[in-house]
Design a protein around this ligand. Structure first.
Ligand SMILES: [Zn+2]
Length: 66
């Protein structure tokens, strides 16, 4: 753990993980159409040390101001 994180606590920031996008040709066979699979995942990551908190609670998300 980062020295400052140990003293001051983590500085959480909101992060999102984009769903995997697969590109498929449509019926016209010219344009590529993105198809998102899965949901966008929201997680918290410490700004300083990069520690990651998956599946944060609603309260934890609310406590992060950014
Ligand atoms: Zn940290």
């Amino acid at each position: 753990m980062n020295f400052f994180c140990r003293i001051l606590g983590h500085t959480w920031t909101h992060r999102t993980e984009d769903p995997k996008v697969s590109w498929n040709t449509g019926k016209d066979l010219v344009q590529l159409h993105p198809t998102a699979s899965g949901e966008i995942r929201l997680y918290l990551q410490c700004h300083r040390c990069g520690e990651r908190k998956d599946n944060p609670t609603r309260e934890e998300l609310k406590a992060v101001n950014n």
